[in-house]
Design a binder for this molecule. Structure first.
Ligand SMILES: [Fe+2]
Ligand SMILES: [Fe+2]
Length: 208
């Protein structure tokens, strides 16, 4: 069971994720790159893609939170917390980039968060192997997704690209670490269902 302090800590984490108030430990990869001159529609497209990524990171917070809470093995729990810490950097970096591009985060963040937390807790309840399997598959899909963004982001928008590239590298490490910790392999229908859910989320989040 959680102590009252832990409970408050988790609640605080949830509120910060939903509000998009995250503190990055690592500086944003965008900091090292100069801002480009972008057309209005390029800027709007980049902002919308970053809103999608930001929603993904809000969900990552919830997933990792749900799973770290339910993980049984202390080592697994610790590694999930480490990954969550890096996801918090992603949350802060993508929020900052949305603001720079003149966009706004998704209005539906509380909803995305709640859905992902429920999924994370459900996966966690199945035991560590399945918990990790779900995580590894999520990270794999996010990686693919970020690669897709790199293909459509304006070439000159090196600032946004730097953030997306760094996130993609982190997600690849998170996936490898979930597999190393003993992730099972998800059955293909479940993977497809996750892909479908992600499609709905990304389509909606591109707009609101
Ligand atoms: Fe992330
Ligand atoms: Fe990740």
């Amino acid at each position: 069971m959680l102590s009252p302090d832990q409970l408050i800590g988790e609640f605080d984490r949830a509120l910060r994720a939903i509000a998009g108030v995250a503190h990055a430990v690592r500086p944003s990869p965008a900091d090292a790159v100069a801002e480009a001159e972008l057309q209005a529609e390029e800027r709007a497209h980049a902002a919308a893609l970053m809103r999608v990524n930001h929603v993904g990171e809000v969900c990552a917070q919830a997933l990792y939170q749900g799973q770290a809470l339910t993980a049984r093995d202390a080592h697994v729990k610790e590694r999930l917390r480490e990954a969550q810490r890096e996801e918090e950097d992603h949350l802060a970096w993508s929020a900052a980039r949305i603001a720079e591009l003149g966009g706004t985060p998704s209005l539906l963040n509380p909803l995305w968060y709640a859905g992902a937390l429920a999924l994370g807790a459900a996966a966690g309840a199945l035991g560590d192997r399945w918990n990790l399997a779900f995580l590894a598959e999520t990270e794999r899909q996010v990686e693919e997704h970020l690669a897709g963004h790199l293909a459509t982001l304006p070439i000159e928008d090196r600032r946004t690209r730097a953030v997306v590239e760094a996130m993609r590298a982190d997600e690849a490490r998170h996936r490898a670490s979930a597999i190393e910790l003993g992730a099972a392999t998800l059955p293909p229908p479940l993977r497809e269902a996750m892909r479908l859910a992600a499609k709905v989320m990304t389509t909606v989040a591109y707009r609101v």
